[in-house]
Design a binder for this molecule. Structure first.
Ligand code: GLC
Length: 541
């Protein structure tokens, strides 16, 4: 099992990419239609969020059948065609495997509810709930029918946690992965995979909403080794990524060090919490550069030393757009978008691009709560009100933090609904679509810069393979690192602010060559000046 470090992944939220039927929901045929666009961008793998049958209470992360296609998105024949056509464009598919929980509409849960003991042991049932909180608000246990028992749901109350201690559960889940492998899929993203390991005896845990009681349990590593051996580990080439919730570097090295035969790489979210006030998501605060820089440095360096591998990303379907969080978009959208891109595409790990990022999409700027669909956002709004915040303040927080910010329709052109759908979109298009859209941006500075970065990773071994070393550790404006491979060195400087910064180049780099920058390449000298949001990468042999 090996994966190619030259590859770049592009994430598609199928519901919002391209609707070919006019029902307001994106579909698999829409993705097929856009494959030439993706090939032009240069990406190698597309990760698709879940498109399986689901009541859509959590937009498809509540799966009621793991091995079928939700008719909203198309048919199995469409999927098979997608795999084949993608291959002809040199693109692999990465499927989203939600194996921690299933929908309560899944037949396993339904049989359990009807009294079938075999299936009751598929879930985590207890006589007394613990004090753990659900990640979507409220207690993490719900009554199991009228049995007097409770079932665990770390997420929504319609997403029942599966009992991985039960070997039959593991066997069924491994069959799911193999079903898709048999369809020609060799890459997988495993949803919240570091919370699958639960103890036999579950206890109250008043710390951090109960997270320590079920996060990164040592047995999770055993389960991942079993999953690997029974499924994708049998393929010559495969790429796997685990979504790790509230995790540690030590565990992430364990999950992704190739010697352990668990996963190719890991997502962690610490860098996307630097604008949380007091660690709380539903707050508003400017991002803390110091914290961001230190997190990148610690993760970059320690993963490099421990031979772990990071999935690098700024955006996904659970995050507001990074441009709104980290960049002065009024004045520097192009510069900020390209700098953010370089800061991860030139770093050590596999870069992920979330649909629309390559054209600099921003948050939708909705006017009212009625525009939001996401269950987490709606619950959070109610909780903010209940905690005594005014409707205006609560709404401002939702506007800044809602997951719907990134789930809005892909902006293809300036026609109605951003060219996404001729029907009524399931979620309204963002207000910016008349200016920010593929038709306008494709020859523009952001899209073409992404093309260059993706090509650089393929052509320049130090970008794909080099080690990571902290640079300019004490800078309060510039996030910088060095890469090293076979005596070659690459310095990457990223100005995270809208003001110019002067710095003294590290020894040796004034004789180097500029590999890429989002401004005209400057004259290299002992002292250099970085422009607002400038990124500058210098190579020395
Ligand atoms: C992951 C998904 C998110 C989903 C949750 C529960 O965090 O990315 O969208 O709501 O898991 O499955």
């Amino acid at each position: 099992m090996a994966f190619d470090k030259k590859k770049v992944v592009y994430q598609i939220y199928p519901k919002s990419y391209k609707d070919t039927t006019g029902n307001g929901v994106g579909d698999l045929r829409g993705i097929i239609e856009k494959l030439p666009y993706l090939e032009e961008l240069g990406v190698d793998v597309i990760w698709l969020n879940p498109f399986y049958p689901s009541p859509q209470r959590d937009n498809g992360y509540d799966i009621s059948d793991y091995t079928a296609i939700n008719s909203l998105f198309g048919t199995m024949a469409d999927f098979e065609e997608l795999v084949a056509v993608a291959k002809s464009h040199g693109i692999d598919l990465m499927l989203d495997m939600v194996l921690n929980h299933c929908s309560i509409e899944h037949e396993w849960f339904q049989k359990a509810l009807a009294g079938d003991k075999f299936y009751q042991d598929f879930f985590i049932l207890r006589d007394e709930p613990t004090d753990w909180l659900s990640k979507f608000g409220g207690n993490a246990w719900a009554p199991f029918g009228d049995t007097g028992k409770y079932f665990l749901h770390l997420y929504d109350k319609t997403q029942a946690d599966l009992n991985w201690r039960n070997p039959h559960v593991r066997e069924e889940l491994f069959k799911v992965v193999n079903f898709w492998r048999n369809k020609g899929v060799n890459s997988f993203r495993f949803d919240v995979i570091n919370v699958i390991g639960k103890d036999e005896v579950l206890e109250d845990c008043p710390v951090d909403d109960g997270k320590p009681a079920y996060t990164d349990k040592p047995i999770t590593h055993d389960y991942l080794k079993m999953l690997n051996a029974a499924t994708f580990g049998q393929d010559q080439i495969s790429m796997t990524v685990g979504e790790m919730s509230s995790t540690t570097i030590e565990n992430c090295i364990g999950y992704s060090n190739p010697d352990n035969h668990e996963l190719s790489m890991v997502f962690n979210f610490h860098h996307l919490k630097v604008d949380y006030d007091n660690g709380q998501k539903w707050t508003r605060k400017a991002f803390d550069f110091e914290e961001l820089k230190n997190l990148f440095h610690t993760w970059g360096e320690e993963m490099s030393l421990g031979n772990g591998w990071n999935a690098l990303f700024w955006n996904n379907h659970d995050q507001p757009r990074a441009l709104n969080r980290f960049v002065d978009i009024e004045n520097f959208r192009n510069e900020g978008a390209t700098m953010l891109a370089a800061s991860i595409h030139l770093s050590r790990g596999t870069p992920y691009i979330y649909m629309g990022e390559e054209i600099g999409m921003i948050d939708p700027d909705y006017d009212s709560m009625a525009d939001y669909v996401d269950v987490e956002s709606i619950n959070a709004y109610d909780e903010l009100l209940a905690a005594g915040k005014s409707p205006e303040e609560s709404f401002a927080i939702i506007q800044a933090k809602s997951r719907d910010n990134s789930r809005t329709p892909m902006q293809w052109d300036d026609s109605l609904n951003a060219g996404f759908s001729t029907g009524t979109p399931w979620l309204k298009a963002g207000k910016s679509y008349q200016e920010i859209n593929v038709a306008n941006e494709k020859e523009g500075p952001i899209f073409t810069f992404y093309q260059k970065l993706i090509a650089l990773r393929k052509e320049t071994p130090i970008v794909a393979e080099g080690s990571y070393k902290v640079a300019y550790k004490d800078s309060d404006k510039v996030y910088a690192f060095e890469r090293e491979l076979n005596g070659q060195k690459l310095l990457v400087l990223n100005n995270f602010f809208g003001q110019e910064v002067e710095l003294e180049l590290l020894a040796g780099y004034e004789a180097g060559q500029v590999l890429i920058s989002n401004y005209d390449a400057p004259e290299l000298a002992k002292k250099i000046r970085l422009m607002p949001y400038q990124t500058l990468a210098i190579l020395v042999d």
